[in-house]
Each structure stands twice: as C-alpha cells, then as structure tokens.
Design a binder for this molecule. Structure first.
Ligand code: NAD
Length: 329
C-alpha cells in the first residue's frame, strides 16, 4: 500500500497498548505502519490487516536496516517497543539495555536525519519510584528516582530524547500510569488484570505491598493520549513530559482487591496479604498538566476494566487467560 501523508510509525504496535493505538489512529484517518518483532505473536493486529491504510513490517528495532525501512515516508513516530516491566528487564538485562536504550537512541537519531517531525515516547510513572511521604503526590517537576533497571532505562531515554528537541523536531514524553483492561493483545501480568483473573477463577491470590499507591489507566486511554499529543499544537507538546492518568485513579492495592471482590460478589477469603520488601515503588501521581494543556481526560475507570475482564473470562471470549502470550515475563 502507499501510506498517505499523515503517516505514523508505531513501534511495538502489536503489543498491549499498541494494538489499541493502531485502531485509534486508523479511525482518525492516519496511515499507520507498525514495526514489531512479534515477541508475543501478532494476534493483536489481525483486524487491521484488511485496512488500506495499514502496513506491517516484521523487524527488530535493534537492526539499523529495519529502522531505516520502517521510517521511510513517515512524519511521526509513537515509540512503544520495549522490554516492558521490571520482571522482563530483570530476566534479560542485556536485551533490555539494547532495546530500551541503545536501539531507542538509534531510532531517534535516524528519525531526525530522515526529517520525522514528531516523536512520542511511552515512558512510565514508575520513574518516580517513591514519594517523600505517603500522603503526597508527585508531578512532572518531581525528581525521578528509578528503583529498577526498567525505570532507569526509561529515564535514560527520556533525557536523550528531550535533549534532541529542535525547531524541526518535536519530542514528547508520556509517563503512563500502570495499564489495565482488555486489548487485542491482552496482558494478564498487570496488577488489576492479574488480580481480577485470579479472583474470577476462585484461585488463591497473594498480594504484597497492600498499602502501596499506584495510578492505573485503561490501555485504550493510554493509546488515546498518544493520538491527543499528535493532534495538539507543537508549541504545547515540544520537549514536554506529561503524566497520563487521572488524580482520582490512584489506588492502594488493597482497594483494588476490595473493588474486584465487590464486583464478583465474593467474600475475599482466598486473598492473602504478604510482607515482601522487594518492590519499593510507592507513588501517587498528579495528572493536572495533561488535563490543563492537552484537555486530556480518561474515558474509563478501574471498575470498568474489572468488569471487562470478568466478562471476557466468564463468557469464554478469553479462552486461555494463562496463555504464555498474555504475559511479558
Ligand atoms: N502496560 C503498562 O502498564 C505500561 C505502563 C507504562 C509504560 N508502558 C510503556 O508502553 C509501551 C507499550 O507497553 P505494552 O504494555 O503495550 O507492552 P507490550 O510488551 O505488550 O508491547 C511491546 C511490543 O514491543 C515489541 N518489541 C519488543 N522488542 C522489540 C524489538 N527489539 N523490535 C521490535 N519490536 C519489539 C513486542 O513484540 C511487543 O509487541 C512500552 O514502552 C512500555 O514500557 C506500559
């Protein structure tokens, strides 16, 4: 196919957030090319293959020739491809460094040489690491205190990308809240989805860090934020970082459990709270900047996501919620 003028490259477009984003971009009239090495298969892209403005390139972000081919004829990039999450980065640290930092830097520099105008990067609120006190909120001006290799690499590429800002090149960093909900490529290794699956299937659920705060956002809303940035005037988004989520969607893990138990009308007897020190991430995030400057609002809440997951498992639409394809490590 020949890609039309408003053409976007989505790296990692076959993934959990990417497979939502591709659909939203096509609906907004963009031509979309996906570069992905299909680590978790390509199921998430099936419904787009018949779309005239969609193109798939099977390739590896680490290979210069694949990146050159992917960028040809493109005006904007949404960079999602990564080794995603602390466990996956811990398991393959060298690969994580190569993909999340070295290859991402190469993508950025080839993009600039090729005249790409906009570059949106999927970063994470995990970069904040820990709040000063448990009743405070972090915002975009707060110090970044990564406590994992995953977050360290995200912070590293954020710095690189924002320094590349110039009159002709508009980079924007989006620090996503933790995602939940269904997607064409489901994930069941994320807190809300995993807890909901386990309790829907009446399994024993071990929860650690019960009082830890974290913000949560539906995968589709995270994808929608990328479209919003592409459609916002350059002056508002160039060289900027935005937290993506909503102030009232910060939850402690024990509240998530209570919401799921309520939706299932269960007694919660199979939930066990355990003490473990290995995940010191505890942060409540303020999202006013994206609302104020981009007019960005969430369309769904955690309760909606819980209902979606329960429905998809109970109805049999998700045939094997334990599939290897639905988790990243
Ligand atoms: N899911 C979340 O809760 C969350 C939260 C904050 C930030 N993010 C960020 O959003 C982005 C998307 O996350 P996701 O949950 O959709 O993850 P995902 O793992 O579902 O998607 C990542 C995609 O990247 C592809 N990929 C990995 N290595 C590649 C390589 N070398 N070459 C080409 N493709 C490659 C994978 O095949 C996969 O399709 C990531 O950058 C992630 O760090 C996600």
């Amino acid at each position: 196919m020949s890609i039309q003028r408003r053409s976007v490259l989505v790296t990692g477009g076959a993934g959990y957030i990417g497979s939502h984003l591709v659909g939203l971009l096509l609906n907004h009239g963009y031509g979309v090319r996906v570069l992905d090495n299909l680590t978790f298969g390509g199921q998430g892209l099936l419904s787009y293959l018949t779309h005239a403005q969609f193109e798939f390139q099977h390739g590896d972000l680490r290979k210069e020739e694949d990146v050159h081919a992917a960028i040809s004829g493109i005006d904007s990039i949404v960079h999602l491809a990564a080794i995603v999450g602390d466990p996956a980065c811990r398991k393959e640290p060298d690969l994580a460094r190569e993909v999340n930092l070295t290859a991402s830097e190469m993508l950025c520099s080839i993009a600039i040489q090729s005249g790409v105008k906009r570059f949106v990067f999927a970063s994470t609120c995990s970069n904040y690491g820990r709040m000063d006190t448990s009743d405070s909120f972090v915002d975009e001006t707060s110090p970044l205190r990564p406590v994992s290799l995953y977050a360290e690499l995200k912070v590293g590429f954020e710095e690189y990308l924002l320094k590349a800002h110039s009159a002709g090149f508009t980079p924007t960093v989006l620090r996503f809240a933790t995602a939940y909900g269904l997607s064409p490529r489901p994930r069941f290794d994320l807190t809300v989805n995993e807890f909901t699956r386990e309790l829907t299937l009446s399994r024993r659920l071990e929860v650690y860090g019960r009082q830890f705060w974290r913000p949560y956002t539906h995968a589709r809303d995270l994808a929608a934020a990328c479209v919003t940035v592409l459609e916002t005037e350059t002056e508002k988004v160039a060289g900027q970082a935005f937290n993506i989520g909503a102030n009232d969607e910060n939850y402690q893990k024990e509240s998530l459990v209570a919401m799921i138990v309520r939706e299932l009308d269960a007694d919660g007897d199979n939930v066990v709270y355990v003490q473990r020190d290995e995940d010191p991430r505890d942060y409540r995030v303020n999202f006013d900047k994206a609302r104020r400057l981009l007019g960005f609002e969430l369309s769904r809440s955690v309760n909606d996501g819980i209902r979606e997951i329960i429905g998809a498992i109970r109805s049999g639409i998700i045939v094997d919620p334990d599939s290897r394809l639905y988790r990243n490590a």
